[in-house]
Design a binder for this molecule. Structure first.
Ligand SMILES: [Zn+2]
Length: 135
């Protein structure tokens, strides 16, 4: 019995060894220094191309998506929130230690005060015309 068991273990181990050793790994890499990836601006269309062209022109945030630090925030000098429409949802982290964001709708022409006392005002910018986007 012991010899049968040891013989089957030996056969299994030799089979595993054969399987792993018989497989070869072929790695090849095509080296062509003259071929480079095309510029993403050439492939992009529509809003993506509009964004890439704006970034090339020096505008890093053409859609006003980056977070804005609160300014003085008084009623006479509110924090200006840029938008591409006449309304926008704004989130205020009222205190640094807060773990939640207080969200509110901001409409053009109506400055709004957050619960923390800071004032916000919306500044509307024209959105890109979707029928005149770069191709
Ligand atoms: Zn607030």
């Amino acid at each position: 019995m012991a010899s049968l068991l040891s013989r089957s273990v030996y056969q299994m181990s030799s089979t595993l060894t054969r399987c792993t050793s018989s497989r070869l790994v072929h790695l090849s890499a095509v080296r062509s220094a003259d071929q480079v990836m095309p510029d993403p601006v050439e492939h992009a269309t529509g809003l993506e191309k509009y964004e890439l062209l704006a970034k090339q022109a020096g505008n890093e945030d053409p859609f006003f998506l980056k977070a804005v630090a609160r300014a003085k925030g008084t009623k006479n000098e509110p924090t200006v929130i840029n938008a591409m429409d006449n309304h926008r949802m704004v989130g205020c982290v009222c205190a640094e230690e807060d773990t939640n964001i207080k969200w509110m709708w901001l409409c053009e022409g109506t400055p709004k005060r957050c619960e923390c006392g800071y004032w916000f005002e919306l500044k509307a910018h024209p959105a890109p015309d979707k029928y005149a986007l770069p191709l």
